[in-house]
Design a protein around this ligand. Structure first.
Ligand code: ADP
Ligand code: MG
Length: 235
C-alpha cells in the first residue's frame, strides 16, 4: 500500500512510512489536545511535496491558522500565495449565514449547519491532500443515524476522488454521534492530555487506535508541542 508522509518523522517510522494513500484518517480529541497542529504537519508536508492541498476550517479563520502555522515554523502563507494551498472559510460563512437566516426564521439554521456531505463539493478538482477541522461543529442538530449516513458518504466521496485526508472531530461531537465516525475511516488517532499516575504530571498522549493494513504500536505515545510542532518523547 502506498503511503503519504505526514510531516513527523518519528511518527512515520512507527506506521510504515505514513498514512495510507487515498484514504481518510480520523483524529479525535479534546480542545487543546493538539489535533489542529497534527493536521498542520500533514498539510505542511503535502505542500512541501508539491501536492495540491486544502484546509476546510470550521472553527478558525484562515489568518489564525496561518499565524499558528508560522509559530510552528511552517510557512503555509507561501503555499497559499503560490496557489498550492486553499483554505476554505467555512467559519466566516457560518457567521454570515446565521445573520442572513435570522431574517427568515431560525429553523433554517439547522440545514446550513448540518451539511457534512456538502463539504465535498467545495474541494476543487485535482486536490490531493485535505484537512477538515473540525467536522464536529456540523453535528449539533444531527441524529446519530443522519450523521453516520452523511459522514460515510463524505468518506466514500473523498476516497473515490483519490484524496488523502485527515478529518478532525472534537471528543464531545464524537461521543454525541455514538463513536460512529471511526467505522468508515481507514485510521483513527486519539489525542489527549492526561495525568501520569506515577508522577502526577500532566502529559500529552497520542493513541493510534487503528490503521488498516498497517502494524501499529499499541502503547500510547507521549509528545510535546514545541516551537517546531509535535515532538515525540522517549518512553
Ligand atoms: N508555538 C507553540 N509552541 C508551543 N506550544 C504551542 C504552540 N502553539 C500551540 N501550542 C500548544 O498547542 C495547544 C493547542 O493545540 P491545537 O492543535 O490547537 O489543539 P486542538 O486543535 O486539539 O484544540 C495549545 O493549547 C498550546 O498549548
Ligand atoms: Mg483545533
Amino acid at each position: 500500500m502506498e503511503r503519504i508522509p505526514i510531516g513527523i518523522k518519528d511518527f512515520e517510522s512507527m506506521i510504515e512510512g505514513g498514512y495510507p494513500k487515498n484514504r481518510t484518517m480520523l483524529v479525535i480529541g479534546a480542545t487543546g489536545s493538539g489535533k489542529t497542529i497534527l493536521g498542520l504537519h500533514f498539510i505542511n508536508q503535502g505542500c512541501m511535496d508539491g501536492k495540491k492541498c486544502m484546509i476546510i476550517a470550521t472553527e478558525e479563520i484562515p489568518e489564525d491558522i496561518l499565524a499558528q502555522s508560522r509559530s510552528l515554523g511552517m510557512h503555509l502563507d507561501r503555499y497559499q500565495e503560490k496557489g498550492n494551498l486553499i483554505i476554505e472559510r467555512v467559519y466566516e460563512e457560518r457567521a454570515g449565514n446565521v445573520k442572513n437566516v435570522l431574517g427568515f426564521g431560525i429553523e433554517k439554521i439547522d440545514d446550513l449547519e448540518s451539511n457534512i456531505l456538502g463539504l465535498i463539493d467545495r474541494i476543487p478538482e485535482g486536490t490531493e491532500i485535505v484537512l477538515i477541522d473540525n467536522v464536529g461543529v456540523l453535528t449539533l442538530n444531527m441524529s446519530v443515524n443522519e450523521f453516520r449516513a452523511q459522514f460515510d458518504l463524505l468518506i466514500y466521496g473523498l476516497n473515490k476522488r483519490k484524496i488523502t485526508s485527515m478529518v478532525i472531530i472534537d471528543i464531545s461531537a464524537n461521543e454525541r454521534t455514538g463513536d460512529t465516525a471511526a467505522y468508515s475511516v481507514s485510521g483513527v488517532i486519539r489525542m489527549s492530555i492526561k495525568e501520569n499516575p506515577f508522577t502526577g504530571a500532566r502529559e500529552r498522549l497520542l493513541d493510534i487506535m487503528k490503521i488498516r493494513n498497517t502494524k501499529i504500536p499499541l502503547e500510547p505515545i507521549r509528545f510535546d508541542i514545541t516551537s517546531s510542532g509535535i515532538v515525540f518523547l522517549k518512553k
